[in-house]
Write a protein that binds this ligand. Structure first.
Ligand code: SF4
Length: 194
C-alpha cells in the first residue's frame, strides 16, 4: 500500500511566492495545503486580485486551498494599541513602530496558520513569508519556532528566498498580478513615497 504523504499547511501571501515554495515542499514529499490568510491587505480589490491568482495557481498545481474570511479589523486590532498615544504600548518613534507593525503582522498570520493546522490535525506548517528577501527573515524563523514549540507542531524551514525572482518570473509568464506593495495601507503609502 502506498505510504500517505505528510501534510503541510502553507501560509500563502500571493501566487508568485506560492509557486516556488510549492515546488520545494512537494520535492520534499509533502502534500501541500495552502492557507490564504492575509487580513493585512489594504483594499478589497487588491485582496481579490491576489486571491484570484492564488486560486488559479492552486487549481493548476492541484493544491487544496483554505480561504478564511477577510476581515481587516483583525490586523488593525493587533497594531492599534501601538498607535494610540494614551496606550501603555504606544510606540512614538516611526521607525520602531514600523518594525513593531511588521512583527505583529507576521505573527498574526503565522499564529492563525498554526491554529488552522492544529484544527485540521496537520503535523507541519510553513509560510511563503520566507520567500521575500525584503522581510526580516530571521525574525520570521524565530516567530515560527516559538509557535512550533508553544503549540506543539512542526515548523518546516527552507530558505525560500532563492526562489523570489523565479516566482516573479512565473507571475509574469502567467500574466498574474504582481503586488506592488507588501500589503497594509502604510506599506502602500511608503511605496508611493519611495
Ligand atoms: S509592511 Fe507588510 S509585513 Fe509589515 S505590516 Fe505592512 S503588510 Fe504587514
Amino acid at each position: 500500500m502506498a505510504k500517505s504523504k505528510r501534510k503541510i499547511l502553507l501560509h500563502v501571501c500571493c501566487a508568485a511566492c506560492l509557486a516556488y515554495s510549492y515546488k520545494i515542499l512537494s520535492a520534499e514529499g509533502f502534500e501541500v495545503i495552502a492557507f490564504f490568510y492575509n487580513p493585512n491587505i489594504h483594499g478589497r480589490s487588491e485582496y481579490d486580485k491576489r486571491l484570484k491568482d492564488v486560486v488559479s495557481t492552486c487549481d493548476k498545481l492541484s493544491v487544496k486551498l483554505i480561504i478564511p474570511k477577510y476581515d481587516i479589523q483583525e490586523f488593525f486590532e493587533e497594531i492599534f494599541p501601538y498607535q494610540q498615544q494614551k496606550s501603555l504600548k504606544y510606540v512614538s518613534d516611526p521607525e520602531r513602530f514600523k518594525k513593531k507593525r511588521c512583527t505583529l503582522c507576521q505573527n498574526l498570520r503565522l499564529s492563525m496558520t498554526v491554529s488552522e493546522a492544529k484544527k485540521k490535525r496537520f503535523h507541519y506548517f510553513s509560510s511563503t513569508l520566507l520567500v521575500s528577501p525584503f522581510r526580516n527573515h530571521s525574525e520570521i524563523i524565530n516567530q515560527a519556532i516559538d509557535l512550533s514549540l508553544n503549540r506543539n507542531i512542526k515548523f518546516f524551514y527552507r530558505d525560500f528566498r532563492k526562489g523570489y525572482f523565479l516566482g516573479r518570473n512565473y507571475s509574469r509568464a502567467n500574466k498574474l498580478h504582481l503586488p506592488r506593495y507588501c500589503g497594509c495601507v502604510d506599506s502602500l503609502e511608503e511605496r508611493i513615497l519611495e
